[in-house]
Ligand binder design. Structure first.
Ligand code: UDP
Ligand code: MG
Length: 329
């Protein structure tokens, strides 16, 4: 694999067209979704910009305000006036982190695109390492959580259950995955072709494939403010993730249907046999139990089917993933 970015090295004649782009000076895009991060945005950006300046390459910083209710947008426009490399996008309301990320990614013009959180939980000092890995030929550089930060035991257990369920149902192992990633331009172009409205960035990049490398990092504590996710939002994201990447729950309904059919056949035959020899099954207990079990399973099946229909409905409507209200810089 030819070395990327090592401009002075000998030219690899076999894959000249590919390597030539990579040897030229590159532009780095850094996309940051922001929801109510106004209180510490300036400090956060200073830290990120320090790292980016040290890279010695041209870069653009794309800040997406996901309908914040605090002074995030004012902070962004302030930065845009101060620094020519900063661009701001304000969404018309809170569309959620995934949509905000998508907005940033769609506006990114760099040869490599870094996606990170705006609360310094993703250490900016990792960016040079990611760029190095990209130079060495990786198309996707994933920062993998080693230490998940000071999270509650409940929140840790929750994500553990989700990831083991997700990998079992979809075959994509996302344990430790974060939204702190570097993508090559080619990967971004491929990502843009995924037209779905129900976004799950981690799953989407895993689905895309390409040559990926992992770098481990320890999640720092949030600089300030609170995590912007409510339990309802997290549950919705988990549902989106599973339904967007797997139809296994639907097959589970079919499987349980087959199980019930076999059970029904055996019980039916036994009941008939007893009836014929003059010992009908007595009592309401059996009837009540059967009704309850069948009712429960049917409702569950309907619920799962309904969830998929809702997803189809959302996709079919074809609404934009987000609406941009304003841009700056
Ligand atoms: N975020 C966003 N929209 C939201 C919620 C969060 O753009 O509706 C941003 C937030 O500003 C931060 C990143 O997504 O930059 C990660 O959010 P947070 O720190 O709340 O999540 P956690 O670290 O708990 O996963
Ligand atoms: Mg965070």
């Amino acid at each position: 694999m030819p070395v990327r970015g090592n401009w002075a090295s000998t030219i690899d004649t076999d894959s000249r067209s590919m390597t030539e782009i990579k040897r030229q000076p590159y532009i780095l895009s850094v996309v940051i979704p922001l929801y109510c991060e106004g209180s510490h945005l300036d400090a956060t950006l200073n830290e990120i910009i320090l790292v980016l300046d040290a890279l010695g390459t041209s870069y653009e910083l794309i800040l997406v305000d996901d309908g914040s209710t605090d002074n995030t947008w004012q902070a962004i426009t302030g930065q845009c006036k101060r620094l020519p490399d900063v661009k701001g996008i304000r969404l018309s309301r809170n569309f959620g982190k995934e949509a905000a990320l998508a907005a940033g990614l769609e506006h990114a013009k760099g040869d490599a695109i870094v996606v990170m959180d705006g609360d310094l939980q993703h250490p900016p000092s990792l960016i040079p390492l990611m760029v190095n890995a990209w130079h060495e030929g990786a198309d996707v550089v994933e920062a993998v959580k080693q230490f998940r930060g000071h999270e509650s035991a409940y929140s840790k257990a929750r994500s553990k259950v989700f990831y083991s369920l997700f990998s079992r149902l979809t075959g994509h192992d996302l344990r430790g995955a974060s939204d702190f990633k570097l993508l090559d331009r080619r990967v971004l172009e491929a990502w843009r072709k995924m037209g779905e409205r129900n976004l799950f960035f981690r799953g989407m990049t895993s689905w895309l494939g390409f040559k990926s490398t992992k770098i481990t990092f320890d999640v720092a504590d949030r600089v300030d403010g609170e995590s912007g996710w409510s339990l309802l939002q997290l549950t919705r994201l988990a549902m989106t993730a599973v339904t967007a990447f797997s139809s296994a729950p639907l097959h589970l309904i079919t499987l349980s249907g087959i199980g019930f059919a076999i059970f029904a056949f055996i019980l039916g035959a036994q009941t008939l046999y007893h009836k014929l020899i003059g010992h009908a099954v007595d009592g309401f207990t059996t009837v009540i139990l059967l009704l309850l079990i069948i009712g429960g399973v049917l409702m569950l099946g309907l619920g799962i089917t309904g969830t998929y229909i809702a997803r189809i409905y959302e996709e079919v409507k074809g609404r934009p993933r987000y609406i941009v209200a304003e841009q700056a810089g």
